[in-house]
Design a protein around this ligand. Structure first.
Ligand code: PXP
Length: 248
């Protein structure tokens, strides 16, 4: 069984497009409500909820996460950067897991994986601190053997392989095959290193057919495509559909 983590950030993106200057984040005329949509996704079968509080707070706000936690039914996977401020925030929020991601303020979405090898001292510090405080850590990395080894060296228990390049190559058969093989090789290395391997980014209702062939994948974290489809079909359908495609 492949688990589905639903990333709810884009619900907050829609709210911020209209109401970013309001003092409140929900209630009265303010919509949509990320916490409510997270609960709905859980009712529809999501195995977990992912939220990313970005340093510039461009979509999810701290209040969204705290409100979700009040009535959550599954588990919260909090995405954050490795900055001092964000790691401190993770300690306050105390999610069921933390996914460490790189952050570049100009990017539209998380563009590349975290350079664990290039920032190994800071990564080591953050992973240890979070683990000591009972928060399992996942490292969002490109499918690159050296990055996988760096994650294992610092004792990170989980990784999330960045599937963005594979997703973008979906309509180029040769490139798609190459990217899928790169993911499969990384998957194998990750498992040999004793890591739990998740994956995500850019997965949609078409390319999930290829993505799910990654043997022993534990969980996919999927956001944009599920939220986009829900505009047409409703969130219940879009979550259920993705879940059934992953496991049919
Ligand atoms: N995993 C990570 C670490 C992410 O940062 C994101 C969102 O950028 C996702 C998964 C979900 O990606 P998408 O919205 O493209 O499904």
């Amino acid at each position: 069984m492949i688990l589905l983590g639903v990333n709810i950030d884009h619900v907050a993106t829609l709210r911020q497009a209209r109401y970013r200057d309001e003092e409140e984040t929900f209630g009265n005329f303010i919509e949509p409500d990320p916490a409510e949509m997270a609960w709905l996704a859980e009712d529809a079968g999501a195995d977990g909820i992912t939220m990313h509080i970005r340093e510039d707070r461009r979509h999810v706000q701290l209040e969204d996460v705290q409100r979700y936690q009040e009535k959550m039914k599954t588990r919260l996977n909090l995405e954050t950067s490795m900055s001092l401020e964000m790691v401190q925030l993770a300690h306050e929020i105390r999610p069921e897991s933390v996914c460490l991601v790189p952050e570049n303020r100009k990017e539209v979405t998380t563009e590349g994986g975290l350079d664990v090898r290039g920032n190994i001292e800071r990564a080591n510090e953050v992973v240890r601190e979070l683990l000591q405080n009972g928060m399992p850590v996942s490292m969002f990395i490109d499918p690159d053997p050296d990055q996988l080894e760096a994650c294992a060296e610092i004792g990170a228990p989980w990784v999330e392989l960045h599937t963005g390049r594979f997703a973008r190559a979906w309509y180029d058969l040769e490139k798609r095959e190459d990217e899928l093989n790169t993911l499969k090789d990384s998957m194998k290395i990750g498992l040999e290193l004793g890591l739990r391997v998740n994956a995500g980014h850019g997965i949609n209702y078409d390319n999930v057919q290829g993505a799910k062939t990654l043997e022993s994948i534990y969980e996919f974290n999927i956001g944009h495509s599920i939220i986009s489809r829900s505009v047409r079909t409703g969130l219940e359908e879009s979550v259920q559909k993705m879940r059934s495609l992953l496991n049919e």
